[in-house]
Design a protein around this ligand. Sequence first.
Ligand code: KIV
Ligand code: ZN
Length: 546
Amino acid sequence: MSTQSPSEKSGQEGEGGFKIPDKGVFVSEYNKKILRATRMPERVKILDTTLRDGEQTPNVALSIDDKVKIAQALDELGVDIIEAGFPINSEGEAEAVKRIASSGLRSEICALCRANKVDVDAAIGAGVDSAHIFLATSKVHLEKKLKISKDEAVEKAVTAVQYAKDHGLVTEFSCEDATRTDLEFLHEVHKAIEEVGVERIDIPDTVGVMTPPAMTEFVSEIRSKTKVPLAVHCHDDFGLSVANSLAGVRGGAEEVHVTMNGLGERAGNAALEEVVMALQAFYGMKTGINTRKLAFVSRLVSQLTGIAVQPNKAIVGENAFSHEAGIHVHGILSESSTYEPMRPEIVGKERSIVLGKHSGHHAIDSRLKEYGITLEKEQMKELVKRVKKYAESGKKLDDAELFAVAYDILGQETEPVIRLEEFTAFTGLNFTPTATVVLNIDGDVRRASETGVGPIDASLSAMRSAVSKSIVLRQYRLEAITGGSNALCEVTVKLGDTENPSIISLGKSVGSDIVTTSVDATVEALNRLWVCKLTMNGKDGGRKVY
Ligand code: KIV
Ligand code: ZN
């Protein structure tokens, strides 16, 4: 549905002395006031570690091909440095880093190494541009984990940096657990590696124990003692990784380590999408990131890692630009900046108005008008009441359901338009799964046969062929309700339409045969989608509603 607000259409100025459309971001003026005194760089480098720290997310293991796909997407997104992996970790990891390093990407390709020759050799063997060398320096790590003295630590750090540089690698060094390291000792390590020519120094908040004011001071303290460019690497154990990264930049860091969707060890790392948008919005900084690709890359990483993005996740979550409450929808439809701090399209998202128990008549009316349906005042009141009741029962209201209720109020016919007359599916060993369907679409009988990777895929394809090739499967979910080989299953099918991208229709069915249950769910979704299509195209007056 078109949810453009007046200022988006006209590009007009807003009240309060700041331009509303400007760069599509509408933040508080107090930020500018507070930050005015701070001198910060114009451009911050982004080091993405989705393929290294991100892959350390519990239960994530990416194949080499998937890693290459993610690296390509990060490159297109515009990240400066891709930390491609930890080559010494395994042969597969070394191979993945090698493939990425030889993919001709624009980004600098970096490998993680402990401060020893073997790790640096693995990075050299993988053909990367740079080595991110790390060594823990906090008391607890030195004494309990590494069991080495401070002098030995300095020696190891210097030798590893020198060795990597001698072999032509750009070097970035991290004192692991820097934020719990004695500051004097941290300066000592930094000074020693600066003397052998380290190119960048990273400050990891390894267990996420800083607060933003402390991070700013900590980084500026380090900044005052070294000329080497600084980076920050913040973990999210207290939910402060993004805030701490921004604070680190305020303290003098010129590079930020991030991961897509905030993946990473334990609670994760600072999320690329949040850091980039915040740097741009609050500090007015450039990052080189093509923000319009953020939603796409987030989806890709989520699909390949199998880690779902929480719906209420900032910037890329499903709800980040969704509005349900009546007052908010009213505001959004009048002027989007009332309830949105940035335009969805600048991060590659779309705004959506969700109908639910908080919806008022503005949202419902505007959705119906999209389809050319008009209700009288009393009918609208009744519709709002029924929509709320429906939503309160815990069900999700899609367009087809909304029409069903609207047409019921208008006293119009409600019956399925598409009926399944025949269906067969064959599968077997060394046999390409094939399905044939006969559908009766309002008296027009259509037959179609298709093959697929399995009988369900073949059946769904055959139904699409019979109805319309513009129909696409957006989601398919199969759940076993009971156990055993005769278990009951529930299938949910979500269909979309490439000719009318705003249409999404849902079908659900329960049965004991997963193929026929999938077909039944698809027929239900097809009926709903068909009604939306007809209504949108103004044919049939949308009278036949299932
Ligand atoms: O969190 C951390 O300290 C790290 C290091 C390897 C830099 O990931
Ligand atoms: Zn880390």
